[in-house]
Design a protein around this ligand. Structure first.
Ligand SMILES: C[S@@+](CC[C@H](N)C(=O)[O-])C[C@H]1O[C@@H](n2cnc3c(N)ncnc32)[C@H](O)[C@@H]1O
Length: 211
């Protein structure tokens, strides 16, 4: 489902331009992160879980996520129409039929998503959200009771602080990375019941908040 007009045109348009070439451009470097993320989801998902893949981009991970929940569903959401179309085409090409795709802003998800998801998978994207607390509150709103939000993103480090100008230049819509302590504070402020953080891969952290 696409919107008549993108909610944040400047950023979405940059990602629209990337949608067809993303796999070759940055997708290759995302593979180990996505693989680890999928492994983590496989430990938490049930056969009938409903997973929200928030900021799914071109949907490289959708077939694997959908295979984990044959009796459930994966909903891929992205701000960029181009990404949503690319992810949808990939899923159909790969014979995935328990996945749906919606263009939406992570900070303003559809009203009828409320309470509908057992897991949120948000990989390599949280650093794009202009208001991280609002995004976490919105994620909590769409989680079911005891649902979990999984955020995988580079952790703030001296290295990333030093290279931030390059990130801002090379990564459309880059806002910022967060330390484990900042994530903890944000999840608590967004009213999650519990919070867990771990370094999943070198430089890459996983935050898990339970509603
Ligand atoms: C680096 S890509 C990551 C894609 C995918 N999750 C992966 O790991 O391969 C970041 C994605 O975040 C999306 N995005 C940025 N801001 C967003 C927002 N406010 N709401 C929803 N998606 C957003 C972009 O359109 C882009 O597809």
């Amino acid at each position: 489902m696409l919107l008549a007009r993108s909610p944040r045109d400047d950023q979405a348009v940059e990602f629209d331009r990337l949608s067809n070439i993303y796999d070759g451009l940055v997708g290759v470097s995302s593979v180990p992160v996505l693989q680890e993320g999928i492994r983590l989801v496989s430990l938490l998902a049930l056969r009938n879980s409903r997973i929200l893949d928030l900021s799914c981009g071109p949907g490289m991970e959708i077939p694997a996520l959908a295979a984990l929940v044959p009796g459930g569903e994966v909903v891929g959401v992205d701000l960029s129409a181009g990404m949503v179309v690319t992810a949808h085409e990939r899923a159909r090409r790969e014979g995935v039929f328990n996945a749906a795709f919606v263009q939406a802003d992570a900070l303003n998800l559809p009203a009828n998503f409320e309470g509908r998801f057992d897991l949120i998978f948000c990989c390599n994207s949280f650093h794009h959200y202009p208001d991280p607390l609002a995004a976490l509150k919105e994620m909590r709103r769409v989680l079911s009771e005891d649902g979990k939000a999984i955020i995988i993103d580079p952790r703030l480090s001296q290295f990333f602080l030093a290279t931030e100008p390059i990130s801002k230049w090379g990564d459309p819509g880059f806002v910022g990375f967060y330390s484990p302590e900042e994530f903890h504070r944000l999840f608590l402020s967004a009213n999650y019941d519990s919070f867990y953080w771990n370094e999943m891969l070198p430089w890459v952290g996983v935050s898990i908040g339970t509603k």
